[in-house]
Each structure stands twice: as structure tokens, then as C-alpha cells.
Design a protein around this ligand. Structure first.
Ligand code: AGP
Length: 370
């Protein structure tokens, strides 16, 4: 194809390693978070829309849906605006209560996903005219049909399993959070600048995470022999666990499920035995102590834990407990780092199993028919 593989074996691997560049591109030329970043039409359309809205409704499918689920924590937690996230194929067919003051946000790598387009049109038909898309293809139907748009800087994504599109969506959604928060007076310009500064260090932090690849490869050797896996996360990292499970399913064909760790004892704990690897996303946040007791529950049943722990936690390697040490905790932007080892885990597990990584069976890059 026109895009060279270079030193990489598959496009997916190349795209995982492009993420520092993609995030750096996202921030190039961004001086402050201004509504114009989201403007498809004229100078102040976005500003007027942001001032007016009282709710956010995110519509997307697959991995793009999980970036929306992550953004919900930012939009409610930082910008102080109610946010709902719906799978597009569900929203388009259910009777819902429209809010004409909602900002409808579609998220799509391709901008051509049939269900997401139909969900957008459904929202419009219900009188919701404030529409914004986070999209990777500037010439797509999604961008044409939304009032406002934010084009992610992932560059062309070829692997069916979405990687750099996801992290650049998260970066765009975080900028949107800052813009919304500022327009509502919930985030000051100084706070926004501090967050931007933190974003500017993401490419370096991502490099540090990518350097963990050899350790992930050794995990992948274990996973390649399994038929099931469980992924746990809490709070803003629960959607990251969901994304990790989806990646593993898609390209390695291993049955994987993700749960918010607190749900373990409400059912999935019954699945845990020595044959069930349990991947735990364990950033050093305010939920860590809760997560540790969930990890104890797994170990007590003979489950084998694979833990992604931030540097400044005291989670150590032990019998039945494999730890990969991530960089220091990255605060609210931590999901952008924690998803990367999960991408690498699914990639290397698939390679070890000999599946067609870039073109997994039964799947298409963009689902343009229902
Ligand atoms: C992700 O790895 C998938 N292949 C898939 O879930 C994808 O994210 C989904 O089909 C949505 O695609 P879009 O972002 O192009 O709308």
C-alpha cells in the first residue's frame, strides 16, 4: 500500500508506535483551548453552541464508543456538564427523550460508520441541532453532516483494530472538555493551561510506556495459551479495561470480558480459577485501595493477576501476580497511557497465535452497512 511498514511487522504495531507523534501533532499550534478548535464553519459558532448547551450526548460504536465512555468522566468531573454515552445502534432505534439543548457528539475514526451516521440523523430529527464530531477523516459524511468538527491527527489508520485513532480521540475529547469547562466557568484559563502543559508531556510519557514492550511480550506468551481473559478497571479506567478486552477479542480471538472491579463479586468471580488470567488496570488514583481488595479476591481463588501499576504504587511481583510498572501516575490523562500496554498485549498475543493481525476474520475496517 501507499503507507510503508518500515521496521514494523504489521500496521497495527506501526500505528501503536505512532501514538507519541499523533498526540504531538494534536497539540501542534494549540496555544490555548479556544472554541475555534472545534469550528467547522465560522469564528464563533462553537462558542455560541458551548455557551448554550446544558448536556452532552455522545454517540459512537466500538472503540470510538469506549473513548466516549472515558470522556464522560472528564466532561462530568472536570467541566461539570451532564454527559450520556450511547452505543449508536441502540440509540437510533430506541424511544428517547430529546433535549434540544444537548450537544450531540459523534465519535468516529472513519466518519462513515452506518450506525453512527444514522444515530446522528436520528438525533437531528428529534430537534437536536447542536452537533459536533470527533473524526479522523476530514472529508467524511460525519464531518459534512455535523455543525462543528474536530479532526483528529492520527493519520491514516490501516489495521482493523483501532489504536492511534482511540488515543487521538481521547486527546480531542480532553480538549473539548477544557473548552466546555471554560465556557461554563467550571475550568479557569489558568487551569486549562496547566492541563495543556500536562498534555504536552504525553508524547514523552507514551515513549516510556512503549519501551515496556518486551515485558508485555512475555505476558503475551502466557495469554496465547489461554481461551479466556478478564479485564478489570475502576472509574475512568473501566472503559480502558473494556477497550483492552475488545482488542484481545478482535485480533487474538480469545474470549475476553471487562468488568468494573467492584462488580467482581456480583457474578464474574465465579469464573476465576488458575486458568483465568485477570488483567488489572491499576493507576495510583483514589480508587487504588478498593482495587487492591478486588485483586485479593482474585488471588484468593487462585486467579493469576496481570497488573499495570503506576510507578509510585507498592504493588509488587509475587506468586500469581505479574506486575508491569508504568510511569508515575498521570492524573486525569492516565487513560491515554494505560491503554497502550493493552494494545501491545493484544497485538503480541495475536502474533504468538499466528492470526491475521491487520485483517482479523469476519471484520471490516469501517462498518458502512448495518
Ligand atoms: C475497533 O478496534 C474496531 N475495529 C471497531 O470497534 C471500530 O472502532 C468501530 O467499528 C467504529 O468505527 P469508527 O470509529 O470508524 O466509527
Amino acid at each position: 500500500g501507499a503507507v510503508e511498514l518500515g521496521p514494523y511487522r504489521h500496521y497495527m504495531q506501526k500505528e501503536i508506535f505512532e501514538q507519541p507523534r499523533a498526540i504531538a501533532d494534536t497539540l501542534e499550534g494549540v496555544q490555548g483551548v479556544v472554541p475555534e478548535l472545534f469550528d467547522g464553519i465560522d469564528g464563533d459558532a462553537a462558542w455560541r453552541v458551548f455557551k448554550d448547551i446544558d448536556e452532552v450526548l455522545i454517540l459512537a460504536c466500538g472503540t470510538s464508543y469506549y473513548s466516549g465512555c472515558t470522556a464522560k468522566y472528564w466532561i462530568e468531573g472536570l467541566a461539570g456538564i451532564r454527559c450520556n454515552v450511547e452505543v449508536a445502534s441502540e440509540y437510533r432505534y430506541r424511544k428517547s427523550v430529546p433535549n434540544p439543548r444537548a450537544l450531540v457528539v459523534t465519535i468516529s475514526q472513519s466518519g462513515e460508520t452506518a450506525d453512527t451516521l444514522a444515530a446522528l440523523r436520528h438525533a437531528q430529527s428529534l430537534g437536536m441541532t447542536n452537533t459536533l464530531t470527533i473524526c479522523n477523516v476530514a472529508t467524511s459524511a460525519m464531518v459534512r453532516e455535523c455543525k462543528l468538527s474536530y479532526i483528529t491527527r492520527a493519520g491514516m489508520e490501516i489495521g482493523v483494530a483501532s489504536t492511534k485513532a482511540f488515543t487521538t480521540q481521547l486527546a480531542g475529547l480532553f480538549l473539548l472538555t477544557l473548552a466546555l469547562g471554560q465556557s461554563k466557568g467550571h475550568i479557569t484559563e489558568a487551569q486549562s493551561d496547566a492541563y495543556l502543559e500536562k498534555m504536552r508531556h504525553l508524547p514523552l510519557a507514551l515513549q516510556a510506556v512503549l519501551a515496556l514492550e518486551p515485558q508485555v511480550v512475555s505476558w503475551a506468551e502466557d495469554f496465547a495459551r489461554k481461551e479466556n481473559a478478564l479485564f478489570l478497571g475502576r472509574g475512568i479506567h473501566y472503559p480502558i479495561a473494556l477497550e483492552g478486552a475488545l482488542k484481545l477479542k478482535e485480533i487474538s480471538y480469545i474470549h475476553a470480558e471487562a468488568y468494573p472491579a467492584g462488580e467482581l463479586k456480583h457474578g464474574p468471580l465465579a469464573l476465576v480459577d488458575s486458568e483465568m488470567p485477570v488483567v488489572t488496570v491499576a493507576p495510583n488514583d483514589e480508587l487504588l485501595e478498593k482495587l487492591k481488595s478486588n485483586m485479593q479476591e482474585v488471588r484468593a481463588r487462585g486467579g493469576v493477576l496481570y497488573v499495570l501499576a503506576d510507578a509510585n504504587t507498592n504493588i509488587e511481583n509475587a506468586e500469581g501476580m505479574h506486575v508491569i510498572r508504568m510511569p508515575e501516575h498521570y492524573g486525569v490523562l492516565s487513560p491515554i497511557l494505560h491503554v497502550v500496554p493493552l494494545q501491545l498485549l493484544s497485538y503480541h498475543t495475536a502474533v504468538a497465535r499466528g492470526t491475521d493481525v491487520d485483517k482479523p476474520r469476519n471484520l471490516a475496517k469501517s462498518v458502512t452497512v448495518e
